[in-house]
Design a protein around this ligand. Structure first.
Ligand SMILES: NC(=O)c1ccc[n+]([C@@H]2O[C@H](COP(=O)([O-])OP(=O)(O)OC[C@H]3O[C@@H](n4cnc5c(N)ncnc54)[C@H](OP(=O)(O)O)[C@@H]3O)[C@@H](O)[C@H]2O)c1
Length: 330
C-alpha cells in the first residue's frame, strides 16, 4: 500500500482511506456482516485511514467500527471522526449550535463511547457554525486534545480564510472537502491553503456518490431513504446531462483496462501528494476494485481529456439542496 505523511500528524497513512458512510444506510440498506468484512479486508490490504461521523446512522457507524476493531485491530487504523450536523425532523441541516463548545464535547464523548475506545485519532467539525466564531469551536476542540479525547483536530467544508484563522489557535491536521471530477471547488483556494498550512486534503465523495462510477441509475433506481434522492445532481434532467460526461471517464478507463471508479480515484490521487481520497463502500468487491486505482498512472493525455469533460462548474445541478449549500465553504 502506498503511504504518505497525513497533514500535520507527521504520520504516514494509506493514500486511499475508507469512507464508512454507506455502511449505515446512507445509500440504501447495508449488511453489517459484509460491512465488517469490508473493514477487515481494508486493514488486511494496508488501509490505515477510516472516515466516520457521529451522525452516520445516529451512532450505528461508530458501534459497527468499534465491533470491527475488537481483538487488536484498533491500533492498525487512524480513526478520523466528524461531529455531524444537527438536523430537523425533515432532514434539513441546522447551522445554529452545531459548533458550540458544549455540543462538541458531548459529541466527542458519545463517539468514544460508541466506538469503545479512549481516544480518537482526529476529531473533525463537520460544518463551520456561522453563529459561533471559529476560534471558539476550535478552542473547544483543543481542550479535547488536552483531555486526551482526541490526538488531532480538523475541519470539513471550511473556507481557506477559516482554515487560516483556526490555525492561529491550534494546528489542524486536515481539511475534509468534497473533491471529484464533478466537484472541483477546492481548486479555488482550498488546495493552496492546505499546501501553505501543511494540511492533508481528505477528498470525500471521490466517486460523486457513486454516480461517476457509472453504476447508479436515475432516482427511480434508488431505494427509499437513500440520501441521494435529495441531491440535485441526481434529478432526472441533471442526471441525464451528467451521464453524458461520465462517458468520458469510461473512455479513459477502457484504455487502462480499468473501471470508471478506478479512474475517478486515480484522478484525485493525481491532484497532489497531500490529497487523500476516501471512497466510500460497504462491500469487499468495491473496496478491492477501488484500491487498484493506485496502480493506474494517468497520462497527460488522460488528464487533458478528463479536464475537458469536467471543467470546474460543469456538473448539472448543485451538489447539495439549498439548506446544504449554505453550510459549505464557511
Ligand atoms: N465531510 C462530509 O460532509 C462528508 C459527506 C459525505 C461523505 N463523507 C465521507 O466521505 C466518504 C466517501 O464519500 P461517499 O461514500 O459519500 O461517496 P463516494 O465515495 O463518492 O461514493 C460512494 C458510493 O459509491 C459506491 N461505490 C464505491 N465503489 C464503487 C465501485 N468500485 N463501483 C461502483 N460503485 C462504487 C458505493 O457503493 P457501496 O456502498 O454499495 O459499496 C457508494 O454507494 C463517506 O463514506 C464519508 O466517510 C464526508
Amino acid at each position: 500500500m502506498e503511504t504518505a505523511i497525513f497533514g500535520n500528524t507527521g504520520e504516514k497513512l494509506s493514500r486511499i482511506g475508507l469512507g464508512c458512510f454507506s455502511m449505515s444506510g446512507a445509500y440504501g440498506s447495508a449488511d453489517d456482516t459484509e460491512s465488517i468484512a469490508t473493514i477487515h479486508r481494508a486493514i488486511d490490504l494496508g488501509v490505515t485511514l477510516l472516515d466516520t461521523s457521529a451522525s452516520y446512522g445516529q451512532g450505528h457507524n461508530h458501534r459497527l467500527i468499534g465491533q470491527a476493531l475488537k481483538g487488536g485491530k484498533r491500533d492498525k487504523v487512524f480513526i478520523h471522526s466528524k461531529t455531524g450536523t444537527i438536523r430537523t425532523n425533515d432532514g434539513s441541516s441546522v447551522a445554529q449550535g452545531s459548533g458550540t463548545p458544549d455540543r462538541l464535547r458531548q459529541i466527542c464523548e458519545t463517539s468514544l463511547k460508541n466506538l469503545g475506545i479512549e481516544t480518537l485519532d482526529a476529531f473533525c467539525l463537520s460544518r463551520v457554525d456561522p453563529t459561533v466564531p471559529i476560534e471558539e469551536s476550535v478552542g473547544a476542540m483543543v481542550r479535547l486534545v488536552e483531555d486526551g479525547k482526541t490526538r488531532f483536530i480538523g475541519l470539513s467544508e471550511a473556507a481557506p480564510g477559516t482554515l487560516r484563522r483556526a490555525m492561529k489557535i491550534h494546528a489542524l491536521v486536515s481539511l475534509q472537502y468534497e473533491y471529484s471530477l464533478w466537484t472541483r471547488d477546492v481548486e479555488g483556494g482550498h488546495l493552496d491553503a492546505c499546501d501553505e498550512l501543511g494540511l492533508g486534503l481528505m477528498a470525500y465523495a471521490p466517486l460523486g456518490y457513486g454516480f461517476l462510477a457509472g453504476t447508479v441509475g436515475g432516482r427511480d433506481a434508488l431505494e427509499q431513504g437513500d440520501t441521494r434522492h435529495k441531491f440535485p445532481r441526481f434529478s432526472d434532467d441533471n442526471a441525464a446531462a451528467n451521464r453524458e460526461r461520465v462517458a468520458a471517464i469510461r473512455k479513459v478507463a477502457d484504455t487502462h483496462d480499468a473501471t470508471p471508479a478506478q479512474i475517478c480515484i486515480a484522478w484525485v490521487l493525481a491532484q497532489g501528494g497531500n490529497v487523500f481520497p476516501i471512497p466510500g463502500c460497504k462491500r469487499r468487491t468495491h473496496l478491492e476494485e477501488n484500491l487498484k486505482a493506485l496502480e493506474i498512472a494517468l497520462t497527460a493525455e488522460d488528464l487533458t481529456a478528463l479536464d475537458a469533460a469536467f471543467p470546474p462548474g460543469a456538473a448539472a445541478g448543485d451538489r447539495y439542496p439549498p439548506d446544504g449549500m449554505v453550510r459549505v465553504n464557511l
